[in-house]
Each structure stands twice: as C-alpha cells, then as structure tokens.
Write a protein that binds this ligand. Structure first.
Ligand SMILES: Nc1nc2c(ncn2[C@@H]2O[C@H](COP(=O)(O)OP(=O)(O)OP(=O)(O)O)[C@@H](O)[C@H]2O)c(=O)[nH]1
Ligand SMILES: [Mg+2]
Ligand SMILES: [Zn+2]
Ligand SMILES: [Zn+2]
Length: 360
C-alpha cells in the first residue's frame, strides 16, 4: 500500500505531514525525556529513546502534541464528527454509545473499540461513565468555557466477504464535546470549522422538543426552530456547495415521542441483532421520520437536508430509554436502557462497507 503524504491529526484536525509527526518516549515517569525524538522517520515503526534507551512506537502530532492512535498512519480510518445545539443530548449520547460499544455492541458486531490513549479512557470515565453508570445521574451540562480534549476512539471491524476474503474497516470516532452554545453563533463556530472540514461523516443530534410542531414541546431549554438553524450552520461549514459526506440526523430523546406514535410505528421497533445492515428497517424509519417532520410543519428541516446533502438519513434514538427525574436521577431504577443508539453508526459502517452482506 503506498504511503500517503498527509494525515489529519484527530486532536487538532490540522493536516500534518511526515515531518510534523514524531516519536515520543513511552516510558513515562521512568524517563526524563519529554521531547520529541527527532531523528526517526515516523513510518519506520519504532524509535529508540536516547535518554532511557527503550524502544517506543508512540507517535504524536508535533503541532498539538496529541497522540496518534495505534496504526493511524497506515489506516487513518473514516473520521466521524458530532454536532448538536444546547441540550440536544450530545454528552449523553457519547457516554452511552461508548459504553454500549465497549460492553455489548462490540461483541455483537464483532468490532473492537479502542481508546486512542489513557487520556481518552480517563476523560471518558470522568466526564460520562462516572455520572451515568456510577452516580446513576444525568451528565452535567458541558461548560461553555470547557475546551475539553476531543475523545478519540477507533472502531475497527473485519468484514468477511465472499471466498473467505476479509477486509478491515476503521471508523475513527472523534467526539469534540463542546457546549451547544458554540453552535449558536457563527464566531464560535469558527473554532469547530477544522473539525467539520476534516470529517468523513457527521452525526447531527436534534432534540424533538426543539421542533415547533412536535407533540413534546415545552422542555426547559427548548427553542422551537433552533435545530434547523444549527443544521444550516453545520451544513454551511461542511462545504461551500452540496455536502458530499454522509450526514446522519438523529432525533434524540425518542422516548418522549413514543406515547404519541401509533403502536405499529417503526420507531417502536428494535433492531435485529447482528453485524448486518437492515435496509428495509432503515427505509421504514427514515420514511416515518420524514412523514412526522411534515406533520409537525418541520418540512423545512427535511427540505434543507435534501437541498444541502447528497447523502443523509434520519434516525430516532433514546440514549436513556426514559426521561430522567426532575433532580437528574435516571428513571427506570437508575438503569440506562438505550434504544437504537447504534443506528447512525450502523448506517455509517454500512456506507463505508464494513458490515457483512445481508441475509436476503
Ligand atoms: N427523555 C430523555 N431525556 C434525555 C435523554 N438523553 C438526555 N436527556 C435529557 O437531556 C439533557 C441534556 O442532555 P446532554 O447530553 O447534557 O445535552 P448536551 O447536548 O450535551 O448539552 P450541552 O452540554 O448544554 O450542549 C439531559 O440532562 C437529560 O435531562 C433521553 O434519552 N431521553
Ligand atoms: Mg454536553
Ligand atoms: Zn494535532
Ligand atoms: Zn525515554
């Protein structure tokens, strides 16, 4: 496989060349060397630390000092970015999705989720897991000044094709979990520009309470019409003309919608387990959501998507499975019971050719 000339750093989203990628010593506290090991070629596979003499395979971006995931130079994978307005459920989605991939879905899809480094694991626990799964409580609102590090994971899967051929596909999931306020103004949005410019796919979260005609309006922070504005801004940053990368638009908090939907609505169904993309189910859910948006007088949203995106799909998911109590304690006895949180990723894995062939 020919080496590429440039890579996108998954931490600062700058385009970096071979000269901007350096080895660092991985001995930690055992070694005083904290600078980049200059002379070694990043493509050589390893370098020896001149101070402690140990071999290291750890590569960093010399612009931001962020660590590149194992195997990143050879397989950068598809970078998936996340967006959504205030209180749309971004932090909860990250917290629950990563947990599901680590504990349940990974095995079901025969896929491995690898955190980029120890920082990612520590950040994940501190910001999400600790609250949701130990405190049985909602995650705190992301502070506006919080310039948190992006959470970088690699989801890799080996697809079994015909004649026993296998092919590895990697999604590099980069969650830059900023406060939703950052999407509220054009200025703030500039800082996120590189993030979206670097994305190979985008997941946009929408709180149904922000949709003007939805039967669930009235949540504390809800601003009818806001989702459409955010969407327009995000799409505007994805490219001058038509956005060509796949865009997954997901209504969060679908549990609020369920009581208002007929029993036979596809939004009640659960996904058939297994590493297979169910095209019929996908089409049914997408069509149902288009119909609902029309009924809620939100055809603007869908019209914008049709106008600006070459390739988009609508999803409805519930990260918690039910509304939390007023004090933030989780309902359902404190247990997180997600519904279809994996759907946008399943679609993207399918789009990037990483799932097995259907049974049909
Ligand atoms: N009913 C219901 N409510 C949810 C669900 N997930 C999240 N919420 C509610 O939505 C609130 C906001 O979720 P967050 O994940 O903090 O939203 P965010 O997009 O990170 O918000 P900012 O950090 O302010 O940008 C939570 O505190 C919950 O009260 C869900 O699956 N169902
Ligand atoms: Mg948040
Ligand atoms: Zn960087
Ligand atoms: Zn060293």
């Amino acid at each position: 496989m020919p080496w590429r000339r440039r890579w996108v750093c998954p931490h600062c989203f700058r385009s970096i060349s071979r000269a901007q990628i350096t080895y660092v010593c991985a001995s930690g506290a055992d070694c005083a060397e904290d600078r980049a090991l200059k002379s070694a070629d990043p493509l050589s596979g390893s370098a020896v630390c001149g101070t402690c003499g140990r071999t290291t395979t750890r590569l960093c971006c010399s612009v931001c000092a962020g660590r590149l995931p194992e195997g990143y130079l050879r397989v950068p994978g598809k970078l998936v970015a996340l967006a959504g307005p205030v209180s749309s459920g971004k932090s909860t989605y990250i917290g629950v999705l990563v947990h599901e991939l680590l504990h349940r879905l990974g095995a079901e899809l025969d896929a491995a989720l690898l955190p980029c480094d120890d920082d990612t694991m520590a950040d994940y626990h501190e910001r999400y897991e600790r609250h949701l799964y130990e405190g049985r409580h909602t995650v705190p609102k992301t502070a506006e000044h919080d310039a948190g590090r992006p959470l970088v994971h690699r989801l890799s899967r080996t697809r079994r094709g015909r004649f026993g051929r296998t092919r590895r596909q990697v999604l590099t999931l980069v969650f830059l979990d900023t406060a939703g306020e950052h999407f509220a103004s054009r200025d703030r949005m500039e800082s996120q520009l590189r993030y979206f410019a670097a994305a190979d796919a985008v997941v946009v979260l929408v709180d149904p309470q922000d949709l003007a005609g939805a039967p669930v309006r009235g949540g504390g922070d809800a601003v009818p019409g806001r989702s459409g504005d955010v969407l327009a801004r995000v799409l505007g940053h994805l490219g001058g003309g038509k956005v060509t990368v796949p865009v997954a638009v997901a209504l969060t908090k679908a549990d609020l919608l369920w009581p208002h939907l007929p029993d036979n609505s596809p939004l009640h169904r659960t996904r058939r387990p297994g590493p297979v993309f169910d095209a019929d189910d996908r089409a049914a859910v997408h069509a149902e959501l288009q119909a609902l948006l029309r009924r809620w007088q939100e055809h603007q949203l869908d019209a914008r998507l049709q106008q600006f995106c070459a390739d988009y799909q609508l999803f409805a998911l519930s990260t918690l499975g039910t509304a939390p109590r007023q004090d933030g304690d989780l309902g359902l006895g404190g247990v997180v019971r997600p519904h279809r949180v994996e759907d946008p990723l399943m679609w993207l894995l399918h789009r990037f050719g990483a799932l097995d062939r259907g049974r049909r």
